[in-house]
Design a protein around this ligand. Structure first.
Ligand code: PHE
Length: 441
C-alpha cells in the first residue's frame, strides 16, 4: 500500500497529461507504455531485489552489495530526490492553493476563459507560491519527523480509493462532452510526425518517475519488504494501477480541452486550467472542487513522504544524524532549492534565467531530472543488477516469495542488454552524438 501510495501521485495526475499534450499525444503515450513495461517495471523489480537484500538506504545498499564501488549511485539517487522534491512541492502547493480557492467558491460567476486564466494569476504571484510551497514542505516534514507513516497508510486506504472513484466519476462525465472522441483520437492514435527525440527521453523519464524508480525510493521500500512477498507481482500491480490513473487523468482532461477549444500544449498548468472549468458546471461545485484538490494534495503527500524518507534514512545512516536534525536540514535545503522554482512564474529571482537557458528555473530542474538524471540512474541500476551483483544473491532475492521462476531469465536479459542499450541510444541521440534518424530515411 505504501509503495502504491508513493507511485500514484502528481506524476500521473499532473505531469502525464501535460507532457502528453506538449508531445502531441498518441505516439508519446505509446512510448510511455512501452517504456513502463520494458524498462520501468524490470527496474522496479531490480530496486526491490537490491533493497530486500541489503536492508539499507540506497547509499548503504549499493555500497554493501558492491564493496563500495557503486556507492556513487546511491548519492545520484539522493540528488534526484532532492531535485524532485523541490519542484514537486511547488505543484503540490498549487493544489493546496486551489483547495482553498475552491472552498471560497472562486469560480462562481466566472466564464470558462476566466476560470482558466486564474492559474496564470497564481503562477505569477511570487509570495503566494512561496507560502504554499513552504506549507507543503512543512507538512511532509511533519509527517516524516513524527514517524506517523502508519497513520498516513490508514488514511491512504480510504482516501486513495476515493480519489480513484472521483476520477472515474469525472471520466464518466467527460464521455458526455462533445470533445471526447477527439480526445480519444489524440491520446490513442499514434502520428509519426509528432514525437521528437527530446519527447522520447521525456517519456522514458516519465515512465520511471511515475513508478518512483531511479531515486532509491523503491530500494528503501524493498528493505521493508517481507521474504514471502512476491516482487514481480508487486511491480506489475503497481504499474497497472499507475497506468490506469495516468490514462484516466488524461481522458478526463483532454475532452475538456477539445470541447472548450483550449490549447493542448498548455504546460504545467494544464490540470489546474481544465478541471475547474468542469467543476464549475457541476452541481455542488464548492464541495466537489475542494474535495478533489485536497485528494490531489494527499496523493502528492504520500509520494513526497517516500521521497523525503530516502534523504532522511540516507543522512541518518551515513552521517549518524538524528531523525529530527535530518528532517530539519533536508526540509530547509529542499525549500531553498524550491524558492527559485516557486518564483519562476513571477521572475522575481534569476530574471534572466529564461533568456540564458531557454526555460524558466522550474522547467530547467524538471527537464534536467527527467531527461538526464533519471535515465542515467536507471542505466546504472540496470548495469549494476545485470552485470555486477552476485548471481546467486540476485536470484535468491528475486525468487523469494514468488513461484514465477520463468520470469527470472527474461528479466536478466532485459537488465543486461535491452535496457542499457535502449537507454544509451536514447541518451546519445538526445545529446546529438548519434543520429538514428539516418537509418530510417
Ligand atoms: N511516482 C510519483 C508520482 O508519480 C513520484 C515519485 C517519484 C515518488 C519518485 C517517489 C519517488 O507522482
Amino acid at each position: 500500500m505504501a509503495t502504491a501510495g508513493s507511485a500514484v501521485g502528481l506524476g500521473s495526475l499532473w505531469k502525464f497529461p501535460y507532457v502528453t499534450g506538449e508531445n502531441g499525444g498518441g505516439l508519446f503515450v505509446l512510448a510511455y507504455l512501452v517504456f513502463t513495461f520494458l524498462i520501468g517495471v524490470p527496474i522496479f523489480m531490480g530496486e526491490l531485489v537490491i533493497g530486500r537484500l541489503a536492508l539499507a538506504c540506497p547509499v548503504g545498499a549499493f555500497s554493501e552489495l558492491s564493496f563500495r564501488s557503486w556507492r556513487f549511485l546511491g548519492w545520484l539517487a539522493a540528488l534526484a530526490t532532492l531535485f524532485v522534491f523541490s519542484f514537486y512541492s511547488v505543484v503540490a502547493g498549487w493544489a493546496l492553493n486551489y483547495s482553498l480557492m475552491s472552498l471560497l467558491d472562486y469560480s462562481a460567476g466566472k466564464t470558462s476563459e476566466e476560470i482558466r486564466g486564474v492559474f496564470d494569476l497564481l503562477f505569477t504571484a511570487a509570495e503566494i507560491n512561496l507560502l504554499w510551497t513552504l506549507l507543503f514542505i512543512g507538512l511532509t516534514a511533519g509527517v516524516v519527523y513524527k514517524g506517523i507513516r502508519k497513520g498516513i497508510e490508514f488514511w491512504s486506504k480510504i482516501l486513495m480509493p476515493l480519489l480513484f472513484l472521483s476520477l472515474i466519476f469525472l471520466f464518466i462525465y467527460s464521455t458526455t462532452l462533445e470533445g471526447f472522441i477527439h480526445a480519444l483520437k489524440f491520446i490513442f492514435a499514434p502520428r509519426a510526425d509528432q514525437l521528437t527525440i527530446e519527447g522520447l527521453l521525456e517519456a522514458l523519464g516519465l515512465a520511471c518517475f511515475t513508478l518512483s524508480v531511479g531515486m532509491g525510493v523503491i530500494i528503501t521500500y524493498g528493505s521493508y519488504m517481507k521474504k514471502n512477498e512476491n516482487i514481480p507481482k508487486t511491480a506489475l500491480i503497481i504499474a497497472l494501477v499507475n497506468l490506469f490513473v495516468s490514462l484516466i487523468a488524461a481522458l478526463v482532461i483532454f475532452p475538456i480541452i477539445f470541447t472548450f477549444n483550449f490549447p493542448s500544449a498548455e504546460g504545467p498548468g494544464l490540470l489546474f486550467k481544465t478541471l475547474p472549468v468542469v467543476f464549475a458546471k457541476l452541481p455542488g461545485t464548492l464541495i466537489i472542487s475542494t474535495a478533489f484538490f485536497l485528494l490531489v494534495v494527499f496523493a502528492a503527500l504520500t509520494s513526497t513522504i517516500s521521497i523525503m524518507e530516502v534523504m532522511v534514512t540516507t543522512t541518518t545512516e551515513v552521517y549518524g544524524w538524528s531523525r529530527g536534525k535530518a528532517t530539519i536540514i533536508i526540509a530547509g535545503l529542499s525549500f531553498l532549492l524550491a524558492i527559485p522554482s516557486a518564483l519562476s512564474g513571477s521572475q522575481t529571482l534569476f530574471a534572466n534565467w529564461v533568456i540564458l537557458f531557454g526555460k524558466n528555473f522550474f522547467g530547467t530542474i524538471d527537464s534536467f531530472t527527467f531527461v538526464w538524471l533519471l535515465p542515467i540512474n536507471v542505466l546504472c541500476t540496470a548495469l549494476f543488477v545485470g552485470w555486477w551483483m552476485q548471481s546467486n544473491q540476485r536470484k535468491k532475492s528475486f525468487l523469494e516469495g514468488c513461484d514465477w521462476n520463468y520470469l527470472y531469465r527474461p528479466w536478466i536479459f532485459l537488465m543486461r542488454f535491452v535496457i542499457p542499450l535502449a537507454v544509451i541510444i536514447i541518451i546519445l541521440q538526445g545529446g546529438g552524438i548519434i543520429d538514428m534518424g539516418r537509418f530510417f530515411r
